[in-house]
Every structure is written in C-alpha cells, then in structure tokens.
Write a protein that binds this ligand. Structure first.
Ligand code: IVH
Length: 666
C-alpha cells in the first residue's frame, strides 16, 4: 500500500470511529486504538505534506495559532424565533397556521437547545465553513474551532447529499463537561461560567482552537437550507441528514393535533432533565417546506415556527444569614444561607450572592423572602426579593463585611473589580491552606496522597505553614497521625519527593500567583530562564510577553514585592524544585539573540508570525511590538507598513528578511 492509500484509509477509518463514538454513542474500538491510529495518521501526514487535507480527522486537535475571526455574510439571514411562555399562545399559533394554510398540515415538535447557534456550509460533502449567528446578517468565521467538535462531520457519508447546502444547529457544552470545567476553574480561582450556554459560546470564540478541542463541545443540527434538499418535509430532511453523519435529535416528533403538541410539551418538560445537554423550551415548526414558504417570514422571525419556553425553575424561601468565604487568593464571596427549599430536584440551602454590588442592588435584609433560581446554572442564585412579604419587623440590612471573617484584616477592593479581597496573603488560614491545596493539585505539583483534609490536619498540628514546609516533612513526622498508616505516610513523602521533577512551567503555576493560570505560566517559563529572572523583571519586560497584560504583570510584581513570597521561593529552590528551565525544556534554545529586541512586521512565507516569535524567544531574544531606538533589528516579511519602514530608516535600524533571519539562528 502506498503512503497515500494508507493515509486515505486511516482518514476514512477515523471519520467512521468519530461518528460511531460522538454521534451514535456506540464506539467500536477502544480509546487507545483510536489514539494509536490518529498518531499514525499524524505521522504520515507530517512525512507527506503533499497529501494535506483541511478536512482530515487530524484537524480536530486544533492549533495554538492565534486567530482573529473574519466576518462572513450569511447567504440566508439567521433569524430568531417568536417566543412564548404560554400554552394559550401555542394554541393561537396553531390556529393561525391552520387558518392561513387552509389545508392539512403537520407540526414538527423538537427541543429548543440552549447553546450557541452555528451555520455550517458543506460543498461536495465537505465542511467548508462554520459561521456564528453574529447579528443575523453576518457572523464570525469560526471554522477552525468548529472542526475540533467531534460530532460535526468534516466529510459526509453516502452520496445523496446536495452538492452545496447549509445546515444550522446549536453548539452545546454537555452538563458533565461544564461541571468539570467549572470545578477546575474554581480550583484555579478563575471566574466560573454561569451556565453551559456561556461556556459554549465563550469557548467557540476562543482564539486558540486547541482550547476548543479540549473543551469537548457537542452539536445538534436542526435546520437544513439549500436549493436541492431531498424531501419536502423538514423532519424527513433531517432524518436524511442523520444518514450523512449529522447529530440529529431523536426527540423530534411530528404532531397532527394541538393535543399531541401539548402531550409532547408535557412529556419533555420533565424528560429533558435526563438529556446530556441544556434545553430551555420546545420549538414547533410547520413540517412541509412548501407550506413554510407560503407562510413566510415577518421582519424578525418565521411565521411557520414558534418557541415555547419552559419556566425557569424558581423557589421562594427565607434568607437567614449571609456568610463569607475566603478563597486561596483572598477573594471574599458572600453566601446566602437559606431555609432549605426544593428546586429542580435538589434541596437548596445556600446560594451565591457574588459580590457587594449584587447585595446592594437587591437591597437585601435578613429574614427577607428571596427568589432562588437554578435555570441553567449549577450554583443557584438569588434573583429577587419579595418585598411584599416584609413585615413591620424588617430584619437588619445586609452590609458587606469590612474585615476578613477568618483573620480580621481590613478588606480591600481594587479599582474596576467587583470582588473584595483579604490582603493578608501569608497569614490568613484559608488562604494558606488554599495555596497549599492548589500547589499539590494534579495540574500543579501533582502530589499524590495529599488532599484537603490531610492538609488541614497538618496545618492544625503546626506541621506546615506554607508550601516549602512540605519538603521538610519526614515519614516519622506524619505516621501514626489520624488515619495515617506507615504505607500512606511513605506514599505522601514519596509523592512530595517526586514533585521535584515537575517542570518549571508547572512550578510557576503552582506558586498560585493571582491571575497566573496554566497558560500564562507556560508563557513565563518560555520567556524567563529561571525564577531569578522573573523576580527581577520589571513591568515593561512582563507586559512584552504574549498573554501578559498590565493586570497580570502587576500581580506578578506584587507577588515578588512581598518579602515572605521571595523567602518562600528561595526555600523551594533550596528544596530542589525546578525553578529553572532544564536541558529538556531548553532543547533547541540558544543565546544567539540574547539581549536583542526584535520587531516582527509583515507577512511571512516560511513560518507564521507566532512561530517567528517563538523562535526569537527560543534563541534568547525578545519580540517587541513597536520600533524604537532600542530595537536591534526588524524581521520583515512582505508588505511591511510604510510608517514602520520610514521610522526604521530614520533610526537606522536594520531590516532583515526571513532567509537572513533563519540563517542567523541556524
Ligand atoms: S430553528 C428560523 N430549532 O433558538 C428558525 N432553533 O430564537 C431557525 N434553537 O437562534 C431556528 N433549538 O439558536 C431552531 N430546534 C431548534 C432550536 C433552535 C434552539 C435556537 C437557535 C435560534 C434560536 C431562535
């Protein structure tokens, strides 16, 4: 078999396994076998760039290249649907349609998926474009991101699809993925996504398609558009589309009477809780495309369809108390403590109040009857107060606390931020414990055998005060403690010792500097050889690093301005942690561009701009944004702007082309 044949065979096979797994939910091979085949294909494609294919299954892993989305006009505008919460209005819709058509008709009932809408264009059986709704007339081209969504076919099955068509649907983040993502974000003290819809649309707009790939989005398609569709029925067309490889909901049903429609609504209002993705209503569509055409559109929405929205689930209960939680970076979160109340199948006792402004906006008083909603959110929230229930004995007004509930320090609020912080980073107990918990977590130092309870015990017993103390612990110190046998004690000590192998970028992340998440930590590890360089970096140097803006830079400066943090880092260094890049991290790195400030300008042919930026950094140089007297040279591609050219020649700065640059670093 030639390489070309093998590549084609693997592509076909992987497309099929993707479909089995993500659309049909019936995998035929193990994840391992799948990964092996994918790797084989990746290797072959790399060895044979001449057989490149934009719709290869390997395109689903995404790329790190930043992208600004281009706007694309929709061929058919993306309209919205008329909405109602009332069954009477559903009946009105039905009667209107009946009167206007004056003929038999079917209504296709389907779920209203609560995600972010997408329009996919296929030509000759291949996905060629994916565009967001935007303003309905034009949207963002998010094709690269959408290609990472495994349930969207890149290449269609069979051969009876129209040569060119659009299919529209909803991109969704399944509940379990959403919950896991928020758990991770909570651990990193990153802002949580309020609901799967926000998480899906935020993810889809990500500038980095490998982030999208990692977020495991799903997609249901519900609207086929084009000239030569196979059938006159909307329902029948979608059944065909299912055969081409699209994920089509199997909750669709054709109804012939109003009664059947209400039965459908009633059934799915409860049954939807068992679906893997969020829904917020039912969509009713006249099934025949001919009849749809007869009914036509108003300016905003089709006359042949309507959305019936489910009531958001809401409960009324009493507010007993507001307590405050202090997170690892000192963020103080107000929590409403409520009379227990049943809401969407769970008992709710606590709800987030987010921040001081929200409390103020609600004019909250202790003893108030408050509305709690769950909607698409996992964390219930208070959405209002029933002021009519306030008696003459109105309770005390809720005022946000001024001092930390844990250590008594005066709270601070930074300009432009909604949150209050406890500034006592090094001595406030939940911050200390939180920092240690973050430090040992899987994505940071990954120390096995240690969890929040053990950390809490060690802290209470005075065994550890900070992360560096972990490296002083011996098995003798901890064995015999509560539920700590010899074996677990040894496991913990071994785990701690092994963490000394964790690479620089993860150690930086583990330090728990506010706003320094994994991505930023990676950029830092790339930009600085060791922790000393980072400690000495000034604002200008920090903001010149990709992904680091003023806010993050300032937070890094604040961290190292604190003497106890410097001391801690020193102790971690003495303990043998990798607070520097190792040979392995450094492979391919040189000092050839050390001390040089380089401006990149124009369009390149050999490598992308980002790749040149990486190359500069790998060879010790610094990529800077604008030309100044300090600029060492300009790496220029085609079409460098005239203003830049003029400035460069005025300052006598050398302009180097791609070939010269590559020669320089080779
Ligand atoms: S049909 C012209 N079907 O709801 C009608 N829309 O306000 C095209 N949606 O933007 C839409 N589930 O994002 C249709 N089964 C479904 C849907 C659905 C969710 C969303 C879609 C649209 C919005 C309408």
């Amino acid at each position: 078999m030639t390489a070309k044949e093998k590549i084609e065979e693997l592509r076909a096979e992987l497309h099929r396994h993707n479909y089995n797994y993500y659309v049909l939910n019936t995998p035929e091979i193990s994840d391992k076998e799948f990964d092996d085949k994918m790797r084989e294909l990746q290797d072959l494609e790399q060895a044979h760039p001449e057989y490149k294919d934009d719709n290869s299954p390997t395109m689903r892993v995404g790329s790190d290249l930043n992208k600004n989305f281009t706007q694309v006009a929709h061929k058919y505008p993306m309209l919205s649907l008329g909405n109602t919460y009332s069954e009477t209005e559903v009946a009105d819709f039905y009667e209107r349609v009946k009167k206007a058509l004056n003929d038999d008709f079917e209504i296709c009932c389907e779920m209203k998926y609560d995600g972010t809408s997408i329009s996919l264009t296929y030509e000759d059986g291949k996905l060629i474009r994916a565009v967001t709704r935007g303003d309905g007339e034009k949207g963002d081209d998010v094709t690269d991101n959408v290609k990472t969504i495994r349930s969207i076919p890149l290449v269609l099955h069979g051969d009876n699809y129209p040569q060119s068509f659009e299919i529209r649907g909803e991109i969704l983040m399944p509940w379990d993925v959403f919950e896991e993502l928020n758990r991770e974000r909570e651990a990193r003290e990153e802002p949580l996504f309020a609901n799967p819809r926000n998480a899906a649309s935020g993810t889809l707009k990500s500038q980095n398609s490998s982030v999208v790939a990692s977020r495991k989005l799903d997609a249901y398609l519900y609207y086929l558009l084009g000239e030569n569709l196979p059938c006159d029925g909307h329902y029948e067309n979608l059944q065909e589309a299912a055969k081409w490889g699209f994920k089509i909901s199997n909750a669709m049903q054709k109804c012939h009477t109003l009664e059947e429609i209400f039965d459908y609504i009633k059934y799915w209002d409860t049954e939807r809780k068992n679906l893997t993705v969020a829904t917020d209503g039912i969509v009713l569509k006249v099934n025949s495309l001919k009849q749809q055409k007869n009914l036509g559109f108003t300016a905003k929405s089709p006359r042949w369809a309507i959305a019936y929205k489910f009531q958001a689930e809401r409960a009324l209960t009493r507010l007993n108390m507001v307590t405050y939680q202090v997170g690892r970076t000192g963020t103080v979160t107000p929590v409403a403590n409520l009379d227990p109340v049943q809401l969407s199948g769970t008992i709710v006792k606590r709800a987030s109040l987010h921040n001081a402004d929200i409390i103020e906006g609600l004019d909250l008083h202790i003893g108030d009857m408050v509305y709690v909603e769950k909607g698409g959110e996992i964390i219930p929230k208070i959405t209002g107060v029933d002021t009519s229930a306030r008696s003459f004995m109105i309770g005390e007004k809720v005022n946000f606390i001024t001092n930390c509930p844990e250590c008594g320090s005066k709270l601070v609020r930074y300009e432009g931020e909604a949150a209050h912080y406890c500034p006592n980073e090094t001595a406030c107990p939940p911050q200390i414990k939180g920092k240690i918990e973050h430090f040992i977590s899987r994505r940071a130092m990954n120390i096995d055998g240690l969890g929040p309870e053990t950390i809490d015990m060690f802290y209470r017993l005075g065994l550890i005060q900070n992360t560096a103390d972990l490296y002083k612990l011996t098995a003798e110190d901890i064995k015999g403690l509560d539920r700590m046998g010899e074996k677990s004690a040894e496991n913990i000590i071994n785990g701690i010792a092994q963490s000394k192998e964790i690479p620089f970028e993860r150690v930086i992340f583990a330090l728990g500097i506010r706003f320094v998440g994994e991505t930023v930590a990676k950029k830092i590890a790339k930009a600085f050889k060791n922790i000393e360089e980072l400690e000495d970096a000034d604002l200008e140097t920090l903001v010149s690093i990709d992904e680091i803006g003023e806010k993050i830079a300032q937070s890094i400066l604040n961290y190292f301005a604190n003497e106890s943090n410097r001391e801690l880092v020193n102790r971690l260094k003495e303990a043998g942690l990798q607070l520097y890049r190792t040979e392995e991290d450094l492979s391919g790195h040189t000092d050839k561009l050390a001390g040089q400030s380089i401006v990149i300008s124009g369009v390149f042919t050999h490598y992308s701009r980002d790749e040149y930026k990486d190359l500069i950094e790998k060879h010790g140089g610094k990529n800077v944004g604008s030309i100044s007297a300090k600029t060492s040279f300009i790496l220029a591609g085609e079409n460098m702007g005239p203003a830049k050219l003029e400035k460069a020649s005025k300052l006598g700065i050398r302009i180097m082309n791609e070939e010269e640059f590559l020669e320089l670093i080779s």
